[in-house]
Ligand binder design. Structure first.
Ligand code: 0FX
Length: 244
């Protein structure tokens, strides 16, 4: 049974929902603390500690004070020293090993792959360790990055709700990913953003690219205005008939 859990995150919404799950479960023998990265806004979180995983004294403090680290969208890479000393578990917004890495729903739309959410042990590679729980979400042809992301976040919280006790009690079963899968990085996302006005493509591929890059108010896809050289941001609106 783990007694001192560090929840480390850079996602305020998921943190809030996670601590609601913890409160509802009345896990009285375990204490949960919150840590965030130095680049996250402290005021978005409820009294967090700040941990920079590049600073050895911060890593040593974590190793000393906690017996389980739960990463819920923490944007820092976990150093080997940490993952090989303390049990580290990650909640990933993709179905491992199909959708490893950065903004997985974007690549699931572009590459027409299924997607879901995964809870897994952290090892030395990204989104790679033994799988504790995973589940697909219903990806539809009119999903944008945002609508698909919302389904995945909901699924992550469902998985946490149903597996938290077995994780805390250290009684969960896990299995190794079947294959290595594909790992997408931030650079792969950035490489998708600029649209070449002269590129020949199918309407299907163009719609997929635009829905993969449409995420609320984010200025993602753009082309350069041939007259002014200015970036013109592009998004797409999709609505199935009879959908309100
Ligand atoms: O916290 P998170 O939802 O997740 C990201 C990675 O996708 C994930 O693999 C990693 N484990 C985690 C630590 O960080 O990221 P976010 O809150 O920065 O962005 C949420 C979504 O917003 C993202 O999936 C796509 C969209 N987005 C975000 C940014 C910053 C955009 O479409 N454009 C952007 O510039």
């Amino acid at each position: 049974m783990f007694k001192n859990v560090l929840v480390i995150s850079d996602n305020a919404y998921l943190c809030k929902e996670f601590f609601n799950i913890v409160r509802n479960k009345k896990l009285n023998d375990t204490s949960f603390s919150l840590g965030i990265s130095p680049f996250s806004k402290t005021s978005d979180f409820d009294t967090p500690m700040i941990f920079d995983l590049k600073i050895q004294s911060h890593i040593d403090k974590i190793k000393n004070d906690f017996d389980l680290i739960l990463s819920i969208h923490c944007k820092q890479i976990f150093p080997s020293d940490l993952v090989n000393t303390v049990k580290c578990i990650n909640v990933h917004p993709g179905y491992n090993p199909i959708n490893r890495g950065w903004f997985p729903q974007v690549f699931a739309i572009i590459n027409e792959l299924p997607i879901g959410a995964t809870i897994h042990e952290i090892d030395d590679a990204l989104d790679h360790g033994a799988i504790i729980a995973r589940s697909f979400v219903n990806k539809e042809n009119h999903d944008t990055s945002l609508s698909l992301y919302n389904k995945i976040i909901k699924k992550e919280l469902e998985l946490l709700d149903s597996h938290l006790e077995s994780i805390i009690e250290n009684t969960y079963e896990s299995s190794q990913p079947e294959i290595e899968g594909t790992l997408y990085l931030k650079k792969d996302f950035n490489d998708l953003l600029k649209l070449d006005l002269n590129e020949q493509t199918s309407i299907g591929d163009l719609i997929n690219r635009l829905r993969a890059l449409t995420h609320g108010d984010f200025n993602n896809a753009y082309y350069l205005d041939p007259d002014t050289g200015k970036k013109i941001f592009v998004g797409i609106k999709l609505k199935p008939e009879n959908d309100e």
